[in-house]
Design a protein around this ligand. Structure first.
Ligand code: SF4
Ligand code: SF4
Length: 128
């Protein structure tokens, strides 16, 4: 399960992800992180059965945590199978089927948003 974690970096600048790994013993896979001097956002992947434990631990440390059950949202009706999203995606989410239809491996998506601007038909959106 993917979790989107937002946190502010106060005076102490505690390493929140490291602290949660230590406290819970859950190994966390960080798929994407943007951190500056005042705040941070990280997309993490944790085993489904330990998701709630990690979420609670992060929340208790002041983070806001959102469970993401889906990757990029794909509107098949709008897609013209142009392939523009294939080369732009850093995680090889998109590919063509043998008959040149777009195929998605949604579980690989790290919600970076790069494909959204590349799509000429607004067929791709971040999940709400
Ligand atoms: S949001 Fe990023 S990782 Fe996900 S499909 Fe688009 S480009 Fe690929
Ligand atoms: S860029 Fe948009 S229209 Fe083109 S293949 Fe990807 S989803 Fe379909």
């Amino acid at each position: 399960m993917k979790l989107l974690v937002n946190f502010s970096r106060g005076k102490g600048r505690k390493p929140i992800i490291a602290q949660v790994v230590r406290d819970t013993g859950v190994l966390i896979n960080v798929e994407r992180a943007v951190i500056d001097s005042s705040e941070g956002e990280a997309l993490i992947d944790v085993p489904d059965d330990q998701c709630q434990l990690v979420r609670n631990s992060m929340t208790s440390l002041g983070a806001r945590v959102r469970m993401l059950e889906h990757g990029i949202h794909f509107n098949e009706q709008e897609c013209v199978d142009c392939g523009a999203c294939i080369s732009i995606c850093p995680n090889e989410v998109f590919s063509f089927t043998p008959d040149w239809k777009l195929a998605l491996a949604e579980e690989r998506c790290v919600l970076c948003g790069k494909c959204i601007e590349a799509c000429p038909h607004q067929a791709l959106m971040l999940p709400l």
